[in-house]
Design a protein. Structure first.
Length: 175
């Protein structure tokens, strides 16, 4: 009908103006929504990885504290270690003082890390993940609703075009 030499030019114009402008692709919007969903999931994953990073920092601080305590005990007992083999007694005493202050700082840091890990665990488990799931569920339902509305709208546009083409075909056959 559109390519026939005797075809009416108004059919082509009608298809271009009425049909093409009213039909929407619901999958294009779904693609963009799902792309955003992947970014949201990546963000949630990174928050959980951030908690794991804090746990690793706590573990590193605990191991440093243990090694400092062992070194300090050896220095206090007068044992020679690889770190203290070339040090004088005065520098060993200053090293003991430094290790004591490092151990005190590490103890405070470990307590802070434990509080932070505890807070993050509670926050993720009781607030963030539940809120994330609720919002994603709402967004999914909204997306499905919008896709359905667009598909229904598209079906009306298809039906309108079909009826228009049938009218034109009937007019042409009666001539």
């Amino acid at each position: 009908m559109l390519t026939h030499p005797d075809a009416n030019g108004e059919v082509k114009d009608h298809v271009e103006t009425c049909y093409i402008t009213t039909v929407k692709n619901p999958y294009r919007e779904a693609y963009l929504v799902f792309k955003g969903e992947l970014l949201d999931l990546k963000g949630m994953s990174e928050t959980l990885q951030g908690r794991e990073l804090v746990v690793k920092q706590q573990s590193g601080t605990e191991s440093k504290k243990r090694s400092d305590q062992q070194e300090m005990e050896k220095l206090q007992q007068g044992k020679t270690t690889l770190k203290s083999i070339f040090k004088s007694s005065k520098s060993k005493e200053s090293e003991i003082t430094k290790l004591q202050s490092d151990i005190e700082i590490a103890t405070k840091d470990i307590v802070d890390y434990k509080k932070l890990v505890h807070f993050l665990t509670i926050y993720h488990g009781q607030v963030a993940i539940n809120k994330f799931k609720r919002e994603k569920s709402k967004q999914y339902l909204k997306l499905m609703h919008n896709m359905s509305v667009k598909e229904i709208s598209n079906s009306h546009a298809h039906a309108t075009l079909w009826h228009y083409l049938m009218e034109i075909a009937q007019k042409n056959t009666t001539k």
